[in-house]
Design a protein around this ligand. Sequence first.
Ligand code: CP
Length: 304
Amino acid sequence: MKHVLSVKQFLDKDLLASLFSRADQFQAMPAAEYPKPLEHMTLATVFYEPSTRTRLSFETAIQNLGAHLVTVENAADNSSWKKGESIEDTAHMLNAYVEGIVMRHPEIGMPARAAAVSKVPVFNAGDGGGEHPTQALLDLYSIQRMKGKVDGLKIALVGDLAHSRTHHSLANILSIYDVELFLISPESLAMPEDVLANLTKQGVTFHILTSWDDVIGDLDVIYMNRVQKERFKLIEEYQALKGSFILTNEIANLMKKDAIILDPLPRIEEITVEVDSNPRAQYFQQAKNGLYLRMALLEYIYTS
Ligand code: CP
């Protein structure tokens, strides 16, 4: 594996177990003892869409493993993309300067187009409403770490399933496990057909629901995400749907005592702030896990 473009490159339980075990080691290791497999390399982060977690955790992981970092602050406005340069030409140029490219783009397939001309690894850090493979890895890692297993769990994906790339990638990676999935959204924000087709092909039991009322007390994991404002053509449509599923403390307390609440963040209004102190709320730890998972992934890509 050179590029990391899709979660479908990771449908291998042994590979996942080895990444998660290495991420566990990084969590336990003093920073002074981090290995430096990326020493004498430079990696670039090029984000054409906003990011807090993905960009900063990748940048921290890159530097923790010994590499230098170059970045474009707001690449949509401050790179030569703004002047009309193609993504392929940008990738050609970055190959002259760096040993790896971490890219986020609002259009589906742009990191793959960059990878097609790149001799250095390209990491898809989220492409429009398509995929977010490294997020799915850290989500799965968080479930494994927090619940001690993935097989046998009842997991709900809730919110804007139509546009949420994190929901798409997580559903696809969960398809190799023996899980029961509850896909809960307004009818107009249902999971895309290609994701449903993959779940069917893999034999996953899943339920398409427009309410969580009948299942909330049975869930082991609830994975929320905001309604993705930036994917709507009409702001009125977004306004009408943005409050469809709001997880309050009252609802959270209907869940099993050992259930966990995840969210890739940013949280907008899909989880009320009072839930943060509920022992089931694990979304900030989930985001922290992303640093160690990305360190494990970078080490794997550059040393295997
Ligand atoms: N989860 C996630 O992708 O967050 P950012 O948009 O802040 O990177």
